[in-house]
Design a protein around this ligand. Structure first.
Ligand SMILES: Cc1cc2nc3c(=O)[nH]c(=O)nc-3n(C[C@H](O)[C@H](O)[C@H](O)COP(=O)(O)O)c2cc1C
Length: 482
């Protein structure tokens, strides 16, 4: 069935794009003209409280490639991705990619790990990234690089690609069923959590010794850190009240302040969540329904338990207050999860193989994230806020980004999928060069479908490195059957 949405590439001028936005009834402002030169909004440096300068307003989001070795070391494919991040021209590298703090927390058997035997490999990734950036842009003094630390929790597959080995904090009525989780599976005990906190602190100390400027304590996308925030039904000291649900974060932060004083800490958080979606009629995504005995859906951090498809910011604001009180300045706002509601976090025209046809124009999803970020930024003017979900904007990404930064609706424009197909986009925008239209990400979702089918991730349609691989043919065959 043809989709009822207009592809972005069809908009030939600002007028037609603006008209379409208006017809959707969304708030998605953009500048018609891009500014170039030292006064351009996207070229402005950002100065952290510690005096450190970040040279412009582009950030590269963490992007894993399912392409490490079995023992958690980077491969040539991993290194090439990090080099591309360095060549992008963006001055803030938010974490590189999710790196598991220990084996049982790997999202796949090829996820990187930070352990004694992988330190050399991670060090090489960081120095190569900084080296290429320095060589290309002449200066890496204003280039800030973090490492994203994770435990994949409910979505762990540490040993076999097809075998989920979930570590859950509580039984979730919808996700347990969706992912075949045994109702008798024991939850992570408080003692096991305490051990994990030690592993996080050790990982952060190591990242500091390797020269990373900050660590991101990942709290997004359904992984363990995020699951803590919605552990309303969990008894004991890590569940229930807001204080208990954030104890994991607070204890890791306290440990890091002690073990690696001076290391900056960032948090990437899913700032809102919706119920899981499933393919419905014509394969279009539909939210699953669930109400507890009080008629509520109390499983979405940042969601409204009375109206599960609405955002409710009270707890997110409390979370920001907490981050501020912990002296955490770096915040990267995302939402939802790629496993159960991918259309809200990665708006796409073409869904991944385990997804569904978009239930809304993907621009609606982009605008939802942009406006949510703006509301949070308005209330926390002194925190460094990175926004997410801009890749679907395609050729309009720079104009939207400039408007948002110029109007302090966000501090950094974070790039995810776009940087896989078109790593040089930030450099081109900042230099006032015309965009390379052939490299613009059209959200084919192969970068997600490939790993869902056991292959390495990458931009198969547009990146020559992946185009010629046998996996590219396999993907075409898989997609023709969908
Ligand atoms: C292939 C792929 C790998 C990703 N890996 C990570 C990751 O390691 N950590 C993370 O926080 N987000 C990860 N993400 C999410 C992106 O960082 C980003 O939030 C998402 O793609 C939406 O931004 P975009 O619209 O610019 O693509 C990944 C996304 C994709 C498509």
């Amino acid at each position: 069935m043809p989709k009822p949405y207009t592809r972005i590439a069809r908009f030939k001028d600002a007028h037609s794009f603006a008209e379409y936005i208006q017809s959707l009834g969304i708030n998605l402002p953009f500048d018609e003209l891009l500014q170039v030169g030292p006064q351009a909004p996207l070229a402005q440096p950002y100065i952290l409280k510690n005096g450190c300068q970040i040279g412009n307003r582009f950030c590269i989001h963490p992007m894993e490639g399912w392409d490490g070795t079995q023992d958690g070391l980077p491969t040539d494919n991993t290194k090439m991705r990090w080099l591309n991040f360095g060549r992008s021209g963006a001055k803030l590298i938010w974490g590189g990619e999710a790196v598991a703090v220990r084996h049982d927390g790997r999202a796949n058997p090829n996820q990187l790990m930070i352990q004694e035997h992988t330190l050399k490999g991670l060090e090489d990734l960081r120095t190569s990234l900084v080296g290429i950036h320095q060589a290309q842009f002449g200066n890496a003094n204003d280039f800030v690089v973090g490492l994203q630390l994770t435990h994949s929790g409910r979505f762990s597959r540490p040993n076999i690609k097809t075998r989920l080995e979930p570590k859950i904090l509580y039984h979730h009525p919808l996700l347990d069923e969706m992912f075949g989780i045994d109702p008798d599976l024991p939850v992570f005990s408080d003692t096991e959590i305490e051990d994990l906190i030690v592993d996080y602190v050790c990982a952060a100390k190591r990242a500091n010794e390797l020269g990373f400027d900050f660590v991101d304590l990942k709290h997004c996308h359904g992984y363990l850190g995020h699951e803590f925030l919605s552990a309303y039904s969990r008894p004991g000291k890590y569940g229930g009240s807001f204080e208990n649900r954030t104890r994991f974060l607070r204890e890791i932060v306290a440990g890091i302040r002690n073990a690696a004083p001076g290391l900056e800490i960032g948090v990437r958080v899913s700032a809102f969540d919706f119920p899981p979606f499933r393919p419905g009629e014509d394969n279009v995504g539909q939210p699953l329904e669930f109400k507890n005995e009080n008629g509520k859906y109390p499983y979405a951090f940042g969601g409204d338990p009375d109206h599960p498809m609405n955002i409710k910011r009270d707890e997110m604001f409390a979370f920001m207050d907490l981050l501020e009180s912990l002296d955490i300045e770096l915040v990267n706002l995302s939402c939802g999860s790629p496993y159960y509601n991918p259309h809200i976090m990665r708006p796409a025209f073409f869904p991944p193989s385990d997804g569904y046809q978009p239930p809304e124009d993907p621009l609606v999803g982009v605008a939802r994230q942009i406006n949510n970020v703006a509301k949070i930024k308005e209330r926390y003017p002194n925190m460094l806020i990175v926004g997410t979900g801009y890749s679907y904007l395609q050729e309009w990404l720079p104009q939207v980004g400039q408007y948002l930064v110029r109007n302090r609706m966000v501090d950094f424009v974070g790039l995810g999928r776009m940087v896989l197909s078109y790593p040089e986009m930030p450099a081109d925008v900042l230099a006032g060069r015309q965009l390379a239209r052939k490299k613009i990400c059209r959200t084919f979702s192969d970068c997600t479908t490939a790993p869902r089918k056991g292959m390495i991730s990458g931009c198969y349609p547009l990146d020559d490195r992946y185009k010629g691989l046998p996996e590219a043919e396999q993907l075409k065959a898989i997609k023709s059957e969908l």
